[in-house]
Design a protein around this ligand. Structure first.
Ligand code: OAD
Length: 253
């Protein structure tokens, strides 16, 4: 990791009044949560059209729940890594930071709780792609946290809505679906009003989430990218720190 890049990024963050942090799967990689793209990525092993679309769920809800329960179990066994912890501690001690995540895990929230801060509610944490520990009804507007292990051994044991008895589905934004309007609007507003956009562990390939950083850049913010690989942001970045998030963030914020 370049000492110059780190010093420049630190200075930009220190001078900024408002910062938007955009995270993706890479921020959770060192916790053991698989990313989507690249070697070992989930979309190398599974086809999104079989598992992460409304059509896939309509076709075979049991299979989709089985896959999500496997991921839920994996994430339950993970703990926040130094990147989540550094971001949480930083946010606990300064104002003007909005954290926007594409991740459906709960590792930012868990790190925030460890740091003595509640990040569960917006406006400080905006979850653009939903939450793997929440479910919503396919028939009525019901949404709730779903802690219990889902028994996906048969269609008959899948979780049901306590209100109307409809089938529950993971409260996740699937391919072809819209992002939560309020969170998306708040993320764009924070981006347009920031002096620095810090992008951590996202390839920048999935829109509209990826556009949050471009919005910040277009509004005059400096762009800092922390990622050990290449991303769609590299050409636009003012500072690139090419190293794992868990090594960089504790030195950066
Ligand atoms: P990707 O899997 O597309 O990208 C992960 C990024 O993390 C890559 O740029 C890697 O180089 C980087 N990375 C890997 N290890 C890292 C580490 N230790 N520290 C920092 N970066 C690291 O994941 P996303 O960009 O988050 O959608 O993917 C966006 C969306 O596509 C996801 O939210 C998901 C997926 O389909 C939904 O679930 C709706």
């Amino acid at each position: 990791m370049g000492a110059d890049a780190l010093a420049r990024a630190r200075e930009l963050l220190r001078a900024a009044r408002r910062v938007v942090v955009l995270t993706g799967a890479g921020v959770s990689a060192e916790s053991g949560v698989p990313t989507f793209r690249g070697a070992g990525g989930l979309w190398k092993r599974f086809r999104p059209e079989d598992l992460a679309t409304p059509e896939a769920f309509a076709r075979d809800p049991r299979l989709v729940w089985e896959w999500y329960e496997w991921r839920r179990g994996l994430i339950r066994a993970c703990v926040p890594n130094p990147a989540h912890r550094a971001i949480a501690a930083w946010m606990a001690h300064r104002t003007g930071v909005t954290l926007v995540t594409q991740n459906v895990d709960d590792l930012h929230e868990r790190a925030a709780r460890e740091a003595g801060e509640g990040l569960d509610a917006p406006p400080r944490l905006l979850k653009l792609h939903g939450s793997i520990f929440h479910a919503r009804c396919t028939r009525c507007p019901h949404r709730s946290r779903l802690e219990a292990v889902v028994d996906a051994t048969s269609a008959a044991t899948l979780p049901r809505c306590p209100g109307c008895g409809g089938l529950l589905r993971p409260d996740i934004v699937w391919f072809g679906e819209s992002l939560p309007e309020e969170a998306l609007a708040a993320a764009f507003a924070a981006a347009a009003d920031s002096q620095v956009c810090l992008v951590v562990g996202t390839a920048g390939a999935v829109y509209p989430a990826a556009a949050v950083a471009h919005e910040a850049r277009a509004a005059g913010a400096s762009l800092i990218v922390v990622d050990p690989g290449n991303t769609e942001y590299d050409a636009a970045a003012d500072v690139r720190i090419v190293a794992p998030a868990g090594e960089v963030l504790p030195l950066l914020v």
